[in-house]
Ligand binder design. Structure first.
Ligand SMILES: Cc1ncc(C[n+]2csc(CCOP(=O)(O)OP(=O)(O)O)c2C)c(N)n1
Ligand SMILES: [Mg+2]
Length: 328
């Protein structure tokens, strides 16, 4: 299957945007937290889980999704949100705790909800799976060809909700896909020490559904297998598992001293960086010119810079509104 050039360009620009967004967030998050790290200080208080290196998982499948399709994301949600088309200004304002945010500044980085593109996320590991299965059931009951995707980490594949969700989705042939991002670690625990099998796509046979393994953090292979899984789901043929071997360039959270991995590991991983590889491929095949690349990069950076400016300039919620829109 050849991939349409406009889809490859979209994937390149979106991966670039995600990377720049996360790198900008590293700076914003660090402000006010030096020289002594205090999680409550600075313009972005609270925990922060970023995803540079993990862009292929998000763009490869979201290239096939529409606003009506559901995405449930975990505690590391920015790459999925950007690829799904969540409003960048309101998402960033939410992370800054501003009143213009998706949740009026009361949710923060792990609680981004955008009903316009059916996006949600949450910090409870594997909890997005049953939510997405529920959305898939709703689509089926309404007779729509919508699909629901849950993104999880490889650590989450060992949680009970993984089995419960896939069993029901397979039994009821629901339009559900789980994308497992194998970034080799659950916090500090290597996959080898948490998971009994080499790759989680093998678990698909337990549910009688297709399982795909994407190696080498390859966005184009992720695109290809996602096309199969998404069209199968839209045709009413049921769920699939996709696992992608991906790379986490940063710590589990910002501030993680990363004592559990060799200092040379990340420089090694960066040598196979998926954004650089896709850029080289597009140029080599003559699909884009150097000017096209520059245009895409400039456009992506501007969208991100605008979102950060919007967020910094927005107001905080008023103290008297603290108990509005919450369960109190
Ligand atoms: C039910 C539950 N147990 C434990 C935690 C604490 N916790 C947060 S992230 C995480 C590890 C997740 O690893 P993985 O699923 O591989 O995702 P990654 O962080 O690598 O993206 C854990 C144990 C949690 N948030 N929820
Ligand atoms: Mg992991």
């Amino acid at each position: 299957m050849s991939i349409p050039v406009d889809h490859m360009k979209w994937m390149y620009e979106t991966m670039y945007k995600i990377r720049y967004y996360e790198e900008t967030m590293v700076q914003a998050y660090t402000e006010g937290k030096q020289p002594v790290f205090n999680i409550g200080s600075g313009p972005v208080p609270g925990e922060m889980h970023l995803a540079p290196g993990q862009e292929p998982a998000a763009v490869g499948i979201c290239a096939h999704l529409r606003p009506e399709d559901t995405v449930a994301s975990p505690h590391r949600p920015h790459h999925h949100a950007i690829a799904k088309g969540v409003d960048l200004n309101r998402m960033t304002a939410e992370i800054f705790g501003k009143v213009t945010g998706l949740g009026k500044g009361k949710g923060g980085h792990m609680h981004l909800f955008d009903p316009a593109v059916k996006f949600s996320c949450g910090g409870i590991v594997a909890a997005g799976m049953p939510h997405a299965v529920g959305a898939a059931l709703a689509a089926k009951m309404k007779g729509k060809d919508w699909v629901a995707v849950a993104f999880i980490g490889e650590g989450a594949a060992n949680a009970g909700a993984f089995h419960e969700s896939l069993n029901l989705a397979a039994l009821w042939k629901l339009p559900f896909i789980v994308v497992i991002e194998d970034n080799s670690y659950g916090i500090s625990v290597p996959k080898k020490q948490s998971t009994a099998i080499a790759s989680n796509d093998l678990r698909a046979s337990a549910y009688g559904i297709p399982g795909y393994l994407v190696k080498d953090n390859d966005p184009l292979e992720m695109y290809r297998v996602s096309e199969e899984a998404v069209s199968r789901a839209r045709r009413g043929e049921g769920p699939s598992i996709i696992e992608i071997e991906t790379d986490r360039y940063l710590g589990h959270f910002q501030g993680d001293p990363e004592l559990y991995r060799d200092k040379q590991e990340v420089p090694g991983l960066r040598q196979r960086d998926p954004i650089g590889r896709l850029e080289a491929k597009l140029l080599q095949e003559g699909a884009v010119s150097k000017d096209d690349i520059e245009l895409m990069q400039t456009r992506a950076k501007k969208a991100v810079d605008d979102a950060y400016t919007f967020s910094r300039e927005s107001a905080y919620p008023a103290p008297q509104d603290a108990l509005q829109d919450v369960f109190a």
